[in-house]
Design a protein around this ligand. Structure first.
Ligand code: UN1
Length: 513
């Protein structure tokens, strides 16, 4: 740990051996029970975080409600200024926070830093946005009338985030929600609670320096039961949840039952189509990074390669060669390409998926397996695997959060590849590798990819924050991050103003007294 600066990072981020897990900003509450956070890097316990008790959850929500009255009335650019200062803090703490992300979650240090960079970027985006929460003006059908649309703050935004992007996804939600005038209550994944505490410490400093009230940024911790308090809570008008489809169905239904709003960012089953007109060099790098980056634990990871028969053998040989060069090991050591899976449950899911694919007739191209021995003591390191399959196999239809790449051969025109790509229940990210303009446009047309993200000549993962992030079908339909995703954190109000001295009714209706 020392060698990789972890002790130092923990210290800088205010993480001790035992940490409180419930906070309204600078105030923290005690709890009777705690979660231990183990690093998948070396299997050791890093520290523990208190589990939120129901009575304290109530206090948090009350504080947040009170804070909302203050925060929503602050001019939006002033809220943006707080976010700007937070992004400054993140710039200063990029190294330790990126290290902690890498150590607690297991992604490479480069990707840990990259995640903090995404936080900085979304904060910058949100600062600009704080002066651009624009509505429309609309022409009225009535004389001497004016219509307009305004966007107002919504209330408390509840954020439920996943282990794989433990800090970035929170910031996509919270930076937009804050400038929109909402206050936030965040429940991080119970697999990565320490990064949550670290982020709360950073934002609490900024809020304190600006003499802001408690309740603008709240943290709660625990398992699905704590999440359920949020999803059933009518005081939380918006729940933004990232995670599995199974979880999303439960969350979505609970929130819908009280007619609340939700943003769901769930699983993907992302495919890359490689046509005979593809640049094979970029196809190779794009597919390997997409499949093994973050050890296949991004919701945008490349799960399926749909390759034309004419280039199939050539391409699979090249990928095989690339896989043989991959270095698997400690993600804090920059020589390594692939780090561990999050925990042993994830390792079991990986092994089961490979077995299942084989039993259904899958042909192994690159053999997987769990690594043991020196450097692999945590038991969470696995070999990235490649299996030739049919798209219809039940296991190929599922998202397995692991570095397993399924390869599927297609014949004929690109429409056949697109049909295979769309034949899954999920609809997050997709990519086509081609230098053929017709193929590229077909892929991006309404008859093309049915995903929320569709890329040409880049991979399925690694989206920039400037675009709206999310997907269709069982991916949940929500959009986060850039473009106009901010609208989901606000309520729309249509205003009609009469500046005349009569009262003409819409639709020409006559009503005289
Ligand atoms: C996720 O895996 O939950 O596009 C988010 C990407 C990242 C975000 C992934 N910017 O891969």
């Amino acid at each position: 740990r020392k060698e990789y600066g972890i002790e130092d990072a923990l210290k800088k981020l205010g993480i001790t051996k035992t940490n409180k897990g419930t906070s309204t900003g600078s105030e923290w509450m005690e709890s009777a029970h705690s979660i231990s956070s183990f690093s998948p890097v070396d299997g050791t316990e890093i520290a523990s975080v208190g589990i939120t008790e129901n009575k304290d959850y109530e206090k948090v929500i009350e504080k947040a409600q009170t804070a909302f009255k203050f925060w929503a009335n602050l001019p939006a650019p002033n809220r943006g200024e707080i976010v700007r200062q937070f992004s400054q803090k993140l710039r200063e703490m990029k190294d330790p926070l990126g290290r902690l992300v890498s150590y607690e979650m297991g992604k490479s240090l480069q990707e840990g830093w990259g995640e903090v960079q995404e936080m900085i970027d979304i904060c910058d985006f949100a600062v600009g946005l704080s002066r651009q929460l624009h509505g429309l003006t609309i022409k009225s059908e009535r004389p001497e009338h004016h219509m307009q649309e305004q966007w107002h703050p919504l209330g408390i935004t509840g954020i439920i985030s996943a282990f794989n992007f433990p800090v970035a996804v929170w910031s996509w939600n919270t930076a937009l929600a804050w400038v929109a005038g909402d206050v936030c209550v965040w429940k991080p994944s119970e697999k990565t609670p320490l990064t949550g505490v670290a982020c709360q410490n950073l934002i609490a400093e900024v809020l304190k320096e600006n003499k802001m009230p408690e309740g603008i940024s709240c943290l709660i911790n625990g398992d699905y039961k704590v999440g359920e308090w949020m999803t059933h809570d009518e005081r939380i008008p918006l729940i933004s949840a990232t995670g599995s489809i199974r979880m999303g169905k439960i969350v979505g239904q609970a929130v819908a039952a009280r007619l609340g709003k939700s943003i769901l960012e769930l699983g993907g089953n992302n495919a890359m189509i490689i046509t005979p007109d593809a640049d094979l060099k970029i196809s190779l790098i794009g597919s390997v990074f997409g499949a093994v980056g973050t050890a296949g634990q991004r919701c945008t990871s490349t799960r399926r390669l749909i390759v034309h028969e004419d280039i199939y053998n050539d391409l699979t040989e090249k990928i095989k060669g690339a896989y043989s060069q991959l270095r698997i090991g400690n993600p804090l050591d920059e020589k390594n390409h692939v780090g561990p899976l999050i925990d042993k449950d994830a390792v079991n899911a990986y092994e089961n998926a490979i077995e299942k694919a084989k039993s259904l007739g899958g042909k192994v191209i690159v053999e997987g397996g769990v690594l043991s021995g020196e450097g692999y003591e945590s038991g969470c390191y696995v070999k990235p695997a490649i299996i030739e399959v049919e798209n219809s196999y039940s296991i190929v239809q599922e998202e397995t959060f692991a570095p397993i790449l399924y390869v599927i051969k297609y014949k004929g025109g690109v429409e056949n590849a697109i049909a295979i790509q769309n034949s899954v229940k999920q609809g997050l990210s997709s990519a086509i590798m081609t230098n053929n303009v017709r193929e590229a446009h077909k892929f991006l047309s309404g008859a093309g990819s049915d995903c929320g993200i569709a890329n040409v000549n880049i991979g399925t993962s690694g989206a920039e924050i400037g675009g709206a992030f999310g997907g269709e079908k069982e991916t949940g339909g929500g959009r986060e991050s850039g473009s106009d995703a901010w609208k989901a954190y606000m309520r729309r109000q249509t205003n009609t103003l009469n500046y005349g001295d009569s009262l003409p009714l819409a639709q020409g209706i006559k009503f005289d007294l």
